[in-house]
Design a protein around this ligand. Sequence first.
Ligand code: AMP
Ligand code: MN
Ligand code: MN
Ligand code: MN
Length: 276
Amino acid sequence: MPEKYDLHCHSLASDGTLSPTELINRAKEHQVSVLSLTDHDTTAGIAEAQQAANQTGIKLLPGIELSASWKNKTLHIIGINIDPEYSELKSGIEQLQKKRLQRAEKIAEKLAKKNITGALEAIKKTAGKSMITRTHFADFLVANQHVNSQQQAFDHYLGEGKPAFVSIQWAELETAISWIVNSGGIAILAHPLRYKLTASWIKRLLGAFKDMGGEAIEVVTGRSTEQDIFISAKYARDFDLLGSVGSDFHSPANVWVELGRLAPLPADITPVWTKL
Ligand code: AMP
Ligand code: MN
Ligand code: MN
Ligand code: MN
C-alpha cells in the first residue's frame, strides 16, 4: 500500500476536540500512515501523540501551525518535522501564547459590551491548558444560544470587522519561518486560498514566503474543490514550491472533513515529503 499522508490537523492542545491519542487512533482507522499534528501555536500535544503513534505504527511528524503577520494580514504557517525542544521555537511560541491570552481577554471585553458576559471564565474552564482560539469563543456563543453555528459566530461576532474582532500582531512572517527552518523543519503556507487575497497579493506573498525560506504550500486541504486544487497547484508550479496535503481536521462533528480524506496531489507537483 502506498503511504497515506495528512500533514495538518488539530487536537485538544488547541482547537481540536480529540485528545492526541484519540486523534492518532482515528488516523489509524482512516489508514493514514504519516501524520503531522499541527496545533495552533503549541507543541503541547506532540509527546502524547508520539506515544500513541509508536503503539499504532503511524509515523508522526512533530508539527505546528504558527500564527504570523505579514503586511497587516494574518497567515498560518505550518511547520513539519520541527524540533519542539529547539529554544528559539520554544520561546517564540511562548510569546504567541501570551498574545493569545491577551487577545482572549480583549475579545471577552468586547463581547461583554454586547451583553455577553462570562465568556473567558467559561472557556478557561473547558479549555484547561489548551491554546485559546476563536473556535473556543464560537463554541461558547453556540452553547449559550447567541448564535446557531460556529459559522454564525464568526459572521456576527468574531470575524474580521465584526464587533468582537481583535486585531493582533502575531510573529512576523520571516521570524515564524526562521523558527521552523532553524529547528530543522519545513515551512508550509497553510490553505493559501483562505486569506481572501487577490491573485496579485497571493503572488506577492508567495514570492516573499519563498525568499524567507518557505518551501511548500498546501495544494490539497480537506475542503479543497477541484478548482481550488487547480489554482493552488498552479501557484506551486509558478513559484517552484513543493506541494503539501493536509485535512485541517478539528472534530468528528464536522462531517465534511476527515483525517486522511484528501484528493491526490496533481502528478507533476513535487510532494513536500520528498524533502523529509
Ligand atoms: P484564531 O487562530 O484563534 O484566530 O482562530 C482561528 C481558527 O478559527 C481557525 O483555525 C479555524 O479553526 C477557526 N475559524 C476561522 N474562521 C472560521 C469560520 N468562518 N468558521 C468556523 N471556524 C473558523
Ligand atoms: Mn483551528
Ligand atoms: Mn489555519
Ligand atoms: Mn489548522
